[in-house]
Design a protein. Sequence first.
Length: 251
Amino acid sequence: MDLGLAGKRALVTGSTKGIGRAIAETLLAEGASVAICSRTPDEVEAAVAEMSGAGQCIGAAVDAGDLESLTGWIDDSAEQLGGIDIYVHNTSAKPQRKLEDWVQNHNIDLVALVGGVAAAKEALADQGGSLISIGTTATAEHFATGSGSYSAFKAAVTNWTLGQAQVLGAKGIRCNVVSPGPIMVEGGDWAMIRDNMPEFYESAQQNHPGGQIGSPQDVANAVAFLAGDAARHVNGANLVVDGGFCKRVNY
């Protein structure tokens, strides 16, 4: 299937490694130009160098918790790429242990989304663009005692994004969410669980009907579909990518 991504201009936040990196690489492979960002300048420089062989890839160091830093990157990227067709919100502060640190999720998960979209929406509307937020299945089912701030603010991200399907949808911007279940990223949370909590890891594996935790590519494939013209009539959807890990039945 031609996903209709050739020639598109995509911005992907938090995209030098893990799920964000897989999304950026997949969009490049489908013919899009991509702007990436993360907090660490050296990681951005290395990622741009590695991905540029597949197409136009630009990047900059951005503190997603600083809205001025984020919107500056959005404006610069739009100028360099010649517009914005796709905006992927992938940044998260992950779970916070202390209540006073929930502000990190407020800024990096939620404010970065709302403020980032405000900065990008004019360009997106000009192109009939696509907004995709990365959610989590932890918004719909309780999972692990330490995930409170993460799942709570991801729920806000999901609610706001899907609500914008009506608001921004009227301006030609499709708004969808991709919600991963457990995803194995080397160096990430599930790699730590595998190495330090093997019984919990095995239990999670067994709770997948297929017996396997997902990969970043599984999530990237879902994002690529929703981003392109092939999904032109998909607006306001929450696409779960969890291999059947969640047991709820959705109607």
